[in-house]
Structure formats: C-alpha cells, structure tokens
Design a protein around this ligand. Structure first.
Ligand code: PLP
Length: 821
C-alpha cells in the first residue's frame, strides 16, 4: 500500500519538460543527497537552498538515484538518468504533494499558530489513537519543504491526517493550505514569533487564516479572532475562552493540584471538568486547545477528560548522550513511526565516534501499512544504514524477524524481557539508537544504559549550532572557506559531538588548541583537516600520526618540526604560518618574515597550507584603525611568503566578529569561534539569526523556610530581609558556577522567575532566594542557569568577565546532552 507513481505520471502532474530514459516506479521523495536509502525508487528534487541543490545531483547519482527534478540539466552527462525539467523545483514538489493529497478523502486537521503547533499535533495524535489510523508530520516538519514530504506519507490505510503548517513570511500559507487541504482547522497560541516577516501582526494572522479557507470547522481562542468576522463567515466556529461566557468552552476555574492542573468549564450550559497532567503555562493552553478540539469533534466531556488526563510529554528532539562502557546513546524513546525512524537512523549514521552501531526498536503502531509491508520496509532501512546489531522489542517485530538479515539480531516480547537480558548484550563502545512507541516505555532502557547523572546538565542544541553556522556562511563572499574553532572542548560544548555535526555539514577546517584535543577528535571519527594552534614539540610524533596540522609561530618551532620531519622521512607536511600583526602573543614579527621566507623557499619537508594572523579587537570600533593596521601588515607578509614558496596559500585573519564587521578581510577563509555557539558582540542581541546553543540547567535539592535573622551558607554571608523561602540547587563552583556569583550577584530562572543567589556559593551547591516565586517551588524543580532568555552575556556582565570564560569554565563533570530535531 506504499505510494508509487511512475516517473511518467509525475512528469504530467508537475508539468515538466525533459525526456524519460527509463520509466520507474517512484515511492520516495528526496531533497537531501546525504539521506538516500532506497535510490532506485527515489525522485531527487534539486532544491536551490543556501547550497545549490544542483551541486548534489552528482552525489545522488553516484548513490544510485536515477530520477531528478531540476531547473536545468547538469553539464556532466548521465545518460541513464531521467531529468524532469521545471521552472521552479520547490513548486514542483508542492504540486506533486497537492496532487497526492487529493487522491484521498480522509478527514484532515490543519494546525497553525505561533506556538504549540507541534505539541497540539502530537497530543491530538495521542488522544485520537484509540480509534483512528493517523498520518501526521514527522517531528516538526511544517515548512514549505517539510509539509510536502509529510503529506506524501498519506496512504489508503489512514483515516485521519493531522498536519501543522508553519510560516515565516507572507505568501507561504496559500501553498501549505493547498497541500494540506484541511476540513478541520485549529489556531494555537498567537505570539510574536516571525513578526519580522510580515507588515504587521494583523497581516501575519490574516496570512495564517488562509489555512482555514476551505475548512468546515475551526477551533480557536475566542479573544484572538474578534476582528476577523469576514474571514470566518462560512466556517462553523468552536471557540474557547478563559474570560468569556460567550465561548463554546468557557474555562472559568483553574487550580494547580501538586503536579497537575484542574480545569473547570461551561460547555453546552453544563459544568464540565478536566485534569491536565502538566502545570506550565504553555502546556495548559495547549491542553485547552486539545480539549476544545475533542469536544468540537463530538467526543463526550467524560471521554475527553479521561484521555487528556493520560497525555504524556512530547519530545520532538533526539537526545545524544554518553552511556555506560563508553557508549553513545541516541534517545528517541517517545514515538515511533517510519518517518521519524528514518530521521533517527540518519542521525545515527552521522555519528562517527564508534565503528559499531546498534538499533533498539519497538513495534510500530498506526503506520497505515500492512504489517508485512511495514516490517519489510523497516528491515530494508536498517540494512541500508549498515547497522551491525538490531534488537527488536514487541510481538509484531518478533513475528517478522525473518526480514532482518544483519550480523546480529535479538528479539524480545517486551521491554521487561530486554531489561532482564541487558547484561548479556554487552553494550560497549558503540552508538545505540533507542527508539520506541510510547507504550513500550523505552525510557527505562535509556536509563539503564545512560551513565548516572549528577543532575546538572549542559544541553547543546545541534540544530541551533547549525543555523548559527549558516548565519555566518550567508555573510561570506563566494568561495570563502570556514575553519570552525573547536578548541577547549568546543568552547565547553563538547568534543566529537560538535565536530561531527560540523563535518557532516561541510565546514572546511577545524582548529584545536593542543595535540591531545586533536587526537580526541580523530578517535571520534573526525576526518576533516585539523589545525593545532599550540603544538608541543614533544608531541610531533602523535601530531603526524594523527594527521594533525601544526601552527608554526616561531623559528624554534619551525626548526624542530623540520628536523623531526627530516628524521622521519616526511615531506611536504602541511603547516600553517602565524604572523603576529599586533596581538603580541604568538607569531612571526613583521621583520622576521624575510628570514622565514628564506627558510621556507628551499624546504621540501613542509608545505605552507595557510598563512594567518589574529585580530585583537575586531568587534571594537574604538580600535578600527589598529585593525586596519593589522590587515596592512598581514597583506604584506602573506604576499612575501607566497612569492618565496612559489604557490598560493590559504589566507585568513577574521574571527567571529571580524566576519560581520570586516567583510573585506575574509580573504580565503574565516575562523569562526564563539559565533557558532551563539555569542557575537558585533551582532545585536535581538537579531533572530543568531541564537545561543547552550542551556545550563540544574535542579532543586531542598526547599527551606528561613527567618529574617537566620544566616545562610558558609561564613554567614547571606540572609533574607524578611522571613522567606530559599532553595538549595545542585550547582557550585566546582561545576563552573563561580563564587563571584554568590550573595545576590548571580541570578537563576526558577519556574520562569529570575531569582538571586543568597549567601556564598559552595563547591557543589548554592542557595537561591525563592520567596517571590508565585506558586512556590518544589524539590526536583528545574532551575535554569543560562539559556536563550537569561543569556551567557548577562552572566558575564554580572561578574565582569567575558562570555568565553563563562562557557569554558563549565566543568567536565557537568553532563553534556545534545539535541537534534
Ligand atoms: C579562538 C580563536 C579564534 C576564534 O575567535 P572567536 O572570537 O571565538 O571567533 C580565531 N583565531 C584564533 C587564532 C583563535 O585562537
């Protein structure tokens, strides 16, 4: 029951030109040449995104893809490939999705809004699961590309579709609406996200309403659409409100009861109730939206209450963390369907740190496919991704185990059976994907394989890291390379995890401070060229063994390296020459360049790969004249060196702030450091293009009442003005939360409220004044040290330092967890 169209059919549907060499059945739409699993059945859309999709045609062809939708034929001849030629590749993808959607007359719910779309979609999925076969966007695939790929999954086995649509600028919704074609609409929370893409907030809302043009029914917050009567004239509206009795669902009472939230409302002139298993503001609003939707769709209040009470948290993100016996764990234990399995397998195959890869998978529910077809497809995916070991959990997988032909397979009836056997599976030095349907409770497996956590974690959002990288790439002149600075554990953010992401997304170079850091990256499977900024002569042996490239900054260093090369019969070894143009830290001085040239000219042991220098104040206007002087000295020096060696070298001088402020000094490469991690003094804090990647969070270990005359912490330094409450949290100076933050200097976010420290910071703990937190604070509550809202820059300002120091101070005992959507 998988969808297939012949290439010829597709050609007609998207109205393409070009000849068909061999007509083939197409079942997979492909937009990323790195994600090929079933090449012969794939149709590759060469989308011109930031990187021109047409450059990837060759990669896809090499991987076996033979059908392409393109703007123009590639110059290289691929005689056995089909090229469908269209004016706009994205429009063609969308036209195909629209056509496909209209082959089915299942009920479809369309969701839009600024926040909560994905949660509402996933919760409705949980709520309607018992009687429906549901197709929905995988994760938050809700964009111009995500929606067509989502809609493509509809097949004859589904009887309900739930799709979210996200837009960032005007003109986009009409296209999404055509593809989704919903009969029931839901408008979730409206906030300020993406306001900049529209003339006004009203224009944004109008654009969003386009999704509901052909809907029969619309569910929304009564207050939000008061001024949009015309747009809604033909739609049956179901509204909810926390203020107005005029709404269909009027929520008139809200009470927090321990970790739940009790709602009472008037519906059809009767009082009804609902218990939400969450307490935070956003979850409550999303739950009300779901409640209204269930009622609007004809479910009884009792049924709605019963199901909402059992809603579970939604995590759309994969979590990558360290596990037992040096394993890496990819935790995706919240849902399982074939699309998100594919996404997770792609992430697994990006990991290079271990040779061995293992998948633990549960039965998949609600695919809309016959079991036989489903598990055949799953087995094929697993095989294509070259997984060594497969562990299946559930009776359905067990029934279909014959399809899984891998070096090692195990099948268990349920999660408990696997847990009982877990010692016998000898997990060691491998990357393990844990992916299961909700009901299998795979978080138990994840807990069994994860290392014990001290409950302070540094979360790194790899998607944000990637979008920061692209933010800077967009500022580069054509052809300029990127060296990503991953010294000092990637500014505290990790080692191979960050480097892996950068390698997969094609930066050109990496740089570390010391040889050992470079070795750790090589052992984590990083094959990119790596520069060592501070090579120790004693480690030349290791440096060359691991193919690391030294920065050469002095005659002594050059002399020693050349001697080493000579003795070990190494020739043409790549080196990077550092010129000191004003930092007065490392590098050849201007007057030394001539002698340096004499030495390099006749030298066959090394080859100058690059010549570079470092700006001392690229972000500071006050020193712009000095920066210009540095640039002048640099230009003279590299010209001399290039002339002496007789070949051209890579030239680079810009760090993060230099990229933004000195576009003329990009030369052949830039060295991107702290900007990758979301901090750049030269970019305004409200520029949405750059976001902090790291969140440091901890938890409350105890809550206490203290009186005005009590003292708090070592040396009796802290006290409260009046009687009040304090919370002890699990972070101290040994974690990198410096003593300087004590006694009210530092602040943390507790339940969304910024509260000051009180008393001295201890080694492993510190205390917060939580007297003013409304609703109180409980033991185990989450506490944010820094994130997008309370930024690293603010912490740095509190203790008169720079963000670099805050980040790199976070100690290695703080567990790093990586998220990927
Ligand atoms: C650390 C470093 C950089 C990166 O600087 P940012 O300000 O973090 O971008 C660039 N070049 C050299 C030589 C460095 O040591």
């Amino acid at each position: 029951m998988q969808n297939t169209y012949s290439v010829n059919e597709v050609k007609g549907i998207i109205n393409a030109g070009g000849d068909i060499v061999t007509d083939k059945p197409i079942s997979v739409l492909l937009t990323d040449s790195r994600r090929i699993t079933n090449p012969t059945a794939s149709l590759f859309f060469a989308l011109s995104d930031r990187r021109n999709g047409h450059e990837f045609i060759a990669d896809a062809y090499t991987a076996g893809v033979r059908s392409f939708v393109v703007k123009q034929r590639p110059e290289v001849i691929m005689a056995d490939a089909n090229f469908l030629i269209v004016a706009n590749v994205l429009t063609a993808l969308q036209a195909l999705a629209t056509y496909h959607r209209n082959q089915f007359n299942l009920q479809v719910i369309g969701i839009t809004g600024s926040n909560g779309k994905t949660i509402v979609k996933e919760w409705l999925y949980q709520l309607f699961c018992p009687e429906k076969n549901i197709v929905r966007n995988p994760k938050s695939y809700n964009s111009q590309i995500g929606v067509p790929l989502s809609v493509w999954q509809i097949n004859a086995g589904h009887n309900l579709g739930i799709f979210e649509a996200g837009i960032s600028t005007s003109g986009e919704m009409e296209k999404l609406a055509a593809m989704i074609n919903p009969s029931v609409g839901i408008l979730t929370h409206i906030g300020t996200a993406h306001d900049e893409g529209f003339e006004s907030p009203e224009a944004k809302l109008k654009e969003k309403l386009q999704l509901f043009k052909n809907c029969k029914q619309l569910i929304y917050n009564h207050e939000v659409l008061l001024n949009y009567k015309d747009e809604l004239s033909d739609i049956e509206c179901f509204t909810w409100s926390r203020k107005l009795n005029a709404a269909n669902l009027y929520v008139f009472s809200e009470t927090a009861i321990s970790d739940k939230y009790y709602l009472r409302a008037i519906y059809k002139e009767k009082e009804i109730e609902c218990l939400v298993p969450f307490r935070d503001e956003a979850s409550i609003e999303n739950a009300i939206v779901c409640w209204a939707t269930m009622l609007a769709m004809g479910y009884s209040p009792a049924d709605a209450d019963d199901r909402i009470e059992r809603l579970s948290a939604v995590s759309m993100r994969l979590e990558l963390k360290h596990g037992v016996n040096d394993c890496s764990i990819i935790d995706d234990s919240y849902n399982s369907d074939i699309q998100s399995l594919e996404i997770a397998l792609n992430f697994l195959s990006q990991q290079n740190q271990h040779y061995k890869k293992t998948v633990i998978l549960s039965d998949i529910y609600q695919s809309g496919l016959q079991q036989d077809a489903l598990y055949k497809q799953v087995a094929q995916l697993i095989k294509d991704k070259k997984i060594e070991r497969f562990i299946g959990v559930g009776v359905d997988l067990d029934k279909h185990k014959k399809y899984f032909n891998l070096p090692e397979t195990h099948f268990y009836a349920d999660t408990a059976a696997l847990l009982q056997d877990i010692g016998k599976l000898h997990f060691r030095e491998e990357t393990i994907l844990i992916k299961g349907s909700r009901s299998f409770e795979f978080e138990r497996i994840s807990r069994a394989l994860g290392q014990k956590a001290h409950e302070t974690v540094l979360e790194i959002n790899l998607n944000t890291l990637l979008s920061n990288l692209n933010f800077y790439k967009a500022k580069l002149n054509p052809g300029v390379k990127v060296m990503a600075m991953v010294k000092a554990f990637s500014y505290g953010s990790g080692t191979f995890e960050v480097a892996n992401m950068l390698q997969y997304n094609k930066v050109d170079y990496l740089a570390v401070a010391y040889t050992d850091e470079g070795i750790a990256l090589r052992e984590g499977g990083i094959t990119l060229p790596i520069v060592v900024l501070n090579p120790e002569p004693l480690a030349y042996d290791k440096l060359t063994t691991y193919k690391l490239e030294p920065e050469i900054y002095s005659f002594t260093l050059l002399d020693e390296f050349v001697k080493y090369a000579q003795e070990n019969e190494i020739s043409n070894y790549p080196i990077h020459i550092k010129i000191d143009t004003g930092m007065h830290r490392l590098g050849f001085e201007e007057y030394e360049v001539e002698t340096l040239c004499d030495l390099l000219e006749i030298n066959k042991y090394v080859r100058v790969r690059s010549v570079f220098s470092h700006l001392v104040a690229s972000d500071n206007e006050q020193h712009d004249l000095f920066t210009l002087k540095q640039i002048g000295i640099f230009e003279k020096a590299y010209a001399q060196i290039e002339e002496a060696v007789g070949y051209s070298v890579i030239k680079h001088i810009s760090n993060t702030s230099g990229i933004t402020r000195w576009p003329t000094a990009q030369y052949d490469m830039v060295r991107l450091g702290i900007g990758l991690y979301g901090v750049d003094a030269a970019v305004p804090a409200d520029d949405a293009g750059l976001k902090p990647v790291a969140t440091l969070k901890t938890t409350v270990s105890q809550v206490k009442k203290v009186l005005a005359n009590d003292t708090i912490g070592y040396n009796r330094n802290g006290s409260l003005k009046n009687d009040g409450m304090i919370a002890t949290v699990r972070i101290g100076y040994a974690d990198g939360y410096l003593r300087a933050f004590g006694n009210g200097v530092g602040r943390m976010l507790v339940n969304g409220v910024l509260v000051p420290t009180v008393g001295n910071v201890s080694m492993d703990m510190c205390m917060l004044d939580i007297t003013e937190v409304p609703g109180g604070v409980g033991e185990g509550d989450e506490v944010i040290v820094f994130n997008e809202q309370q930024r690293i820059e603010q912490l740095a300002a509190q203790i008169s330092t720079i963000p670099y120091e805050i980040l790199t101070n976070i100690s290695q005992r703080v567990k790093r967890v990586y998220f990927y959507e």
